[in-house]
Design a binder for this molecule. Structure first.
Ligand code: PLP
Length: 444
């Protein structure tokens, strides 16, 4: 094989070379077929090889591929911002386009700080988050993230932002049960803000459903209403990081819609262009934009490729395609079907401790003992075993972290394209069952 100079995620591992994709399937250069059970990194929401998107990008490329954001706007960027305004809840009407989810949350952080500066309260600079969280890889986004594996090398460079306990009912950090717990996990935000001083805190950021560092952890009802009330009480902005959960992934346009709560800022990425182009967005409410309009009149952030015409053409075509094919609405039923099938596996295979999720974002957590929920030791690395075996069998699942304090604990995310059909879910589950069975046999 020819020598490769491409830096891959793990330098000691081999990666197949992708040749083409169609629907929920990917094929490598040797012709092996893979079921894309995770939409890559929960990204390819409309499936692979959708010609409408390729054609929209081609048509835009034939007109103009690049304009610089402080010199020109473009038709697809304008139309996509308008479409997102229609999709987003409440007064979240404004879109600032960037290129990755990390840039979207990093921009959210800066906008929150800037908002308080424009309001004459410059001491409000800290952003609180949950330790069970991942908001991105850049230093600001990582400062807000609790994902230990991705943070630990860079801790000296990170902002010392406080974090609160997650709404993780399977392993309640307060050893309580819902609803008797009276949502202690939400109330902890109030305590944390008082400890730091609300004059220091700009915002609280949360993934409505916890993704990479929790594997589709769904908070109990009432949690976000409580969070919103606490934020309002202390004059703290609420940022919903919908990079993984937004744009229909969970069966609503935005996952936060399940709780009828309106954030101040929403970060989007992944499903926004469904993988067809690098595209993400920071969506901002009228309330936040107003003092900036009447103040400095500039969002102090941006990138050369922000609002790129070809990327926004892809995003616009993706949202149109989703509307035409009713993919968001369909994700609720398909998600229930998938979750039911996973629950049956849970009954039959004791290494599955918990199954959870909403819409087509589902998580499976593995335990060594279902009764005391003890995770496997990290040396066994069950997550890696599951992901590797699944890949061998032609199924892609996404590795996540779960368990105690986000360190020990194994879980995978199953999040196929929203375009998946019922019989394709059956096929996915049948391969996943073989994987779970073989891993369980190995571990016994
Ligand atoms: N926020 C969330 C919730 C994510 O899941 C991710 C990526 O997994 C990010 C932010 C960062 O996005 P990106 O990898 O596009 O920078």
């Amino acid at each position: 094989m020819q020598r490769s100079y491409l830096i891959k995620p793990f330098l000691d591992e081999e990666y197949p070379q992708a040749e083409y994709g169609k629907g929920i399937y990917l094929y490598d250069v040797d012709g092996k077929e893979y079921i894309d059970g995770s939409s890559g990194a929960v990204t390819a929401s409309i499936g692979h090889g959708v010609m409408e998107i390729a054609e929209a990008m081609k048509a835009q490329g034939e007109k103009v591929s690049f304009v610089y954001r402080s010199q020109f706007t473009s038709e697809p960027a304008e139309k996509l911002a308008m479409k997102l305004k229609e999709w987003a809840p409440g007064d979240i009407n404004w879109s600032f386009f960037v290129n990755s989810g990390s840039e979207a949350t990093e921009t959210a952080l800066k906008v929150a700080i800037q908002y308080w500066q424009e309001k004459g309260r410059p001491s409000k600079t800290k952003v609180l988050s949950r330790w069970m969280s991942y908001h991105g890889i850049t230093l600001g986004a990582l400062s807000m993230s609790g994902h230990i594996g991705r943070r630990e090398r860079f801790v000296p460079l990170l902002e010392d932002f406080p974090s609160v306990e997650p709404p993780y009912c399977y392993r309640c950090p307060f050893h309580q049960t819902y609803p008797e717990c009276q949502l202690l996990c939400a109330k902890e935000l109030d305590r944390a803000i008082r400890r730091v001083g609300s004059d220091q805190v700009a915002a609280f950021i949360a993934e409505p459903i916890i993704g990479a560092s929790g594997a589709a952890v769904v908070p109990p009802d009432g949690y976000y209403q409580e969070i919103r009330a606490i934020c309002d009480h202390h004059d703290i902005l609420f940022i919903a990081d919908e990079v993984m959960t937004g744009i229909g992934r969970c069966g609503k346009k935005f996952a936060i819609d399940y709780w009828d709560v309106i954030p101040d800022i929403i970060a989007l990425g992944k499903g926004l262009s469904a993988g067809y182009a690098p595209l993400a967005a920071t969506m901002i409410s009228d309330k936040i934009m107003e003092p900036i309009f009447y103040g400095s009149k500039v969002i102090m952030s941006g990138h050369t490729y922000s609002a790129n015409p070809q990327s926004t053409a892809a995003g616009l075509a993706v949202l149109n395609y989703m509307e035409q094919n009713k993919l968001v609405e369909g994700a609720i039923k398909k998600g229930e079907y998938l979750l039911d099938a996973l629950r049956i596996l849970q009954q039959n295979y004791p290494i599955i401790g918990d199954v959870r999720g909403k819409g087509l974002l589902t998580g499976v957590e593995f335990v060594s003992n279902i009764f005391n929920k003890l995770p496997f030791s990290s040396e066994v690395n069950v997550t890696k075993k599951v992901v590797t075996k699944a890949m061998e069998k032609g199924l892609l699942v996404y590795p996540a972290v779960a368990g105690m304090e986000g360190m020990a604990g194994d879980a995978v995310i199953i999040a196929p394209p929203l375009s998946i059909k019922g019989e394709e879910i059956d096929r996915l589950i049948s391969v996943f069952e073989q994987v779970v069975k073989e891993i369980q046999d190995e571990l016994q």
